[in-house]
Each structure stands twice: as structure tokens, then as C-alpha cells.
Design a protein. Sequence first.
Length: 379
Amino acid sequence: MVRLPTLPALRRRVDRWAGSAPALDVVAALSAFALMLLDVPGLARADNSLTGVTATLVLAAGAASLVLRRRAPWLPYLVALALMGWLHEVTLVQFALYSIGRFRGRRAAVAATLLYTGVAYAYFQLPGWPARHGDTLSDFLSLVVPIGVLAAGVGIAAHRHDLVSALEVQRREAAARQAVQEERIQVGRDVHDLVGRELTVLAVRAEVLAVRARGEAHRKDFEELADTARRAHLMLNETLVRRADRDGATRGLEGLADLAAESERMGSPVDLDVAEEVKALSPLRQTAVHRVVQECLTNAAKHAPGLPVRVGIGVEGPDLWIEVRNPLPKTPPDRAPVSTGTGLVSMDERVATMGGTFTAGEKDGAYVVRATLPSGLPR
């Protein structure tokens, strides 16, 4: 049994199609056809072989070629040249030249405009085009040439705008990838600093126990344990880049108060609510908490200056949750904030690396960032 899509599903499909490139091509074809319909009465009178109905069908077929203007922009262009010679119709030429400029660039648009001008001038020498043979050259230049030059020029400008937009998208994607890479490096350094210290302690304690167990049966086992810890620490050093001496380790929960004080100095008061059980988190998870809160407070200062920020951190079941909420400003900041747009990507990467989830967006008149990750605490 074939199941028909529900009304909401159909609506979503229509919405997706309405914003797609094929939909825009259909709109362009319908727009050209609507403009050419205004010429139907004159075309029927000027050409005895056409009636109002047949002229409408011919123009509809010509306008339909615009549906292929992205894949084959030369097709509507050639159709437009044919209609220009047969029916003296120049409306489709404007859409065709714009499409060539938009989707094939400046060189193709210039060549198409020159060819159009040449073909139009040849038509102009024929009796009856556009009105009668013998019209002055100035009439031709004032009618035909501006149509082609303007349409092609607008298409070239749109093509350049598309290129700039595409480069901007690529730049943002590259910045996002770079942010993810930097965050992964930072996570690796945090693992090095925190786990490496524990391995060092393990090696030292194993050596002490080996000395204490001198002459006993387990001495060799303690020595092997110390060697294993040293080898693990060595591999950790070789795998991860050690942080430079001038760079301090990322702070944990003890640094949240400083972040809140800094945010308040910038004009955004912070309500910091940290559950007692959070203090038992491992250093690595405390670092993740600090990193998420730091980025959220920075974003709040940029995009909602002067508004209060509420930071909540707690443990619910096996999960640690972090929620940062600030009201949305009624008016945007006087100056657009300087932002690369990669902070959220970095936080998402940090949380995902630890097996958690991350969401950010508007909710109930506020901007809410929420991260959830395994707490690692005994249940």
C-alpha cells in the first residue's frame, strides 16, 4: 500500500523547492512570459500567420527555454535571437543575456552582447524591422544596444557577487575547520598536561613501592609497572605537542569566578550557579566546563552587551550539564561585533570529543547554549 505524504511533509518539500535554483529558473521563465504577453496583440496584427493564441504559444515556448538557463544559457539566447528576427521580440534577449553574464561570466557576456548587436543590426537593415527600412542609426543605437549592454552588465555584476559569496562561504568553512583543528590540538594538550601528570605520579609511586618491596616476590612487578608508566608518558609526549612554557594550562572550575568578574567589568553581570557535586569532576572535564563558559561569556559580551548572563552547571544522573543563557537585545549593537563565527564550532568540537552533545540558539526570548557530557562521577 502506497502511503501518501502528510500535509506538513508536503509543505516542507514545497518550501525546500521554493528556495531552490530550479524554482528561481521557473520564476524567471514566467516573468519573461508575462512581459512578452503584453506584445501579443501587436504581434498578431504585425504577422498575419499568427493569431493571439498561436503568438502566445510561440512566446510561451521561447520563455520555457529559460528553465535551462543555468545548464545551457546559450539555448535561450539562440531562441531569443530567432524570436527577435521573426517577431521583433527583444524581451527574451534581456533575460538571455543576463543569464549568460550570471552563469558564464564576463567574457561570455561580452561576446554574446557583441553577437546580439551584430545580428540585431543585420535585422535592422531588413524592411519592416523594427518599424520600416530606413530608420536612422541613432534609433537603432538608442533602442537595441542599451537593452543588451544593460542586461549583460547586470548579469556580470551578479556573477561577481556570486563569486564573492562563494569565496566568503569557503573562507568561513576554512575558518571553521581551522577552529576545529585548533580545538583538537588544545584538547590534546589538556590531555597531555592532566593525564601526563597522573602517569608521572604513577611511575614514581611504583618505584617507591618497588624499593619498599626489595627482596620480596612482588618487587619485579612494581618495577615493570613503573616502566610501563614511563613508556606511556613517553608515548604521550611524542604523540601530543607539549605546550610552550609561556602558555599556562587551561583553568578549571576555580577560574569561573574570574571569568564572571571579567564579564561584569565589561558591563554584563553574571549569575553563576555551580552545583556542589561538580567540584568532584576530573580535571579534564573541569577544563571543558571552563572553556565552554569562557566562550559563551565572550559571545554574550559581543552580541548582547550590558545584558545579564546566567550560568548554570550541574550534574543530573550520569551527565554533566552546562547552560548559559542571556536575553536577546532589543536592538543590535551600535557596531557590528568582530567575530569569526568559529567559537560555537570550537565548543561543539570540545564537547563532542568527550562524547557529549552541544546546542545553541534562540529560545523564549533568550539565547541559550547548553552542553551535556558524561560526568565520569560514580553513581
